[in-house]
Design a protein around this ligand. Sequence first.
Ligand code: PHE
Length: 457
Amino acid sequence: MKKKINSKKQKASHSQWSSRGVFLLAAIGSAVGLGNIWKFPYIVGENGGGAFVLVYLFCIVLVGVPVLIAEIALGKSVQSNPVSTFSTLAMACKASRFWALFGYVGIVSGFLILSFYSVVAGWSLEYLQVFIQNDLLGSDARAIEQYFTQLLASPNTLLLWHSVFMLLTVAIVARGIRKGIEKIIIWSMPILFVILVILVLYATQLEGFSKAFDYLFVADFSKLTTDGVLIALGHSFFTLSLGMGAMMVYGSYLQKDTPVVKLSFIIAIADTLVALMAGLAIFPLIFTYGLESTSGPSLLFISLPNALLSLPFGQFFGIAFFFLLLIAALSSAISILEPVVSFIQQKTRLSRHFVTYLIGSIVWLIGVGALLAFNDWSDVHLLGQRNIFDSLDYVTTSILLPLGGLGVSIFAVWVVSKQPNTRQLLGISDSKYPIWRISAGIIAPIVIGVIAWHGLN
Ligand code: PHE
């Protein structure tokens, strides 16, 4: 069996990270993204603060980490793309070939997520430019709000930034793991952490800091809804980049003897810390200026600029903040594109360059639909009352990612690790093995099932 898996690997001529440290940076880069800095603060705001944060932490520990371990371990064991990881292991375990469907679910999710992800990342490019040129200097609250409304109403500007962001992403991924992804990650992740620490230190000096702290860490369960719980679960998958093969494919570039449990914990802790730090950087500003914490997706693009512009050195911190958002988004976007590229490239044997640009163009096109949802196509509803953008977000975050995660964990525990020969390939040490089996094979599926059931009813 091992031979079979090895020969597959050779055929695929799979790359490898230059070191474990680089893998960690890349995986943290994948996890830390718009999900942490844009989405987490606004969903906390919309769902009432502390109680939601607690449920979210609960989902990360109970569901996120065990699934993350499973995903990296599966990827590492076969060292191929997500679809062939499932099919190779299913074959080795004499299980149904239908398991490969979960690989395909991941590939489809990749296309869909990147298309709307890039649109939002485009907003950060626009605001980076706004702060560099100090365009909003002297504007009042109404003008700042209008600026964002007008941005959403102009398809051309949205298209410009969406295209620039997609081009950046494609240009990096096309160069491959070592020459593309690693080169960017190595400098961007340390910069991201330094900027975030500076922003939090700055926020601690503001009057609103203690209110923000209580808001994030004191739980008021009366504010929590069932919907909120589903959002927390979906977000724990989104923020850890689970359920679509991103972590699987990053794991596939690891050496076979790498211990995955410790690395998975480091990734999850770093990701959670960044989300909480983003909350601690943003909410003090919002509260100091008496602004609304419940403003939803526009929190970062209306409330935050509003607060920043009334502060000393606001321009400097604005540039730092939107640059941070951009590099966080970029290091995630490349990990959303990578599994799709590795699958199509290994399948078709076309050049990596060609495949990356081709897929990038399709994603770009779907993204055009997503950005038109804010203006010309705002009347087009796909799922219920949701426009194209919201439908893409809902289908991926609330349905496909949890489904993909469920597939990964059940497959890893109930198919792969049942066979002694394949169990070894996962590389989970004997002491941690029983706990992981219970959490990934029983607790995580039950939590996902119960929450999904409530959400869909
Ligand atoms: N984890 C990324 C974020 O929080 C998004 C992402 C989702 C990346 C799925 C890869 C795969 O922004």
